[in-house]
Design a protein around this ligand. Sequence first.
Ligand SMILES: [Zn+2]
Length: 87
Amino acid sequence: MTVTCVNETFRPGGTVKSVTTRYRCNACGNLTRFDVVETTSVRSFHHFTVGGELSIEEPEVIAHSVESVTCRWCGHDRGVETVFGVE
Ligand SMILES: [Zn+2]
């Protein structure tokens, strides 16, 4: 089955380009490497052709939550703080 993602801004498994939230590990100063467990709920319009090909349109994130953030360098999860507004 062919899956076509129409909306250019939504790329499952891709790179998030405009990040406004970053993390910082207070234990070791790490700013770049984290294990992030997150849940994203996306509502989208699944448009099937008669032949069975699927086109996913109008994806909209309706819920997003970060379960945990763990520093890859030192393994701390309680020393990690969220940094807002950094580009
Ligand atoms: Zn760390």
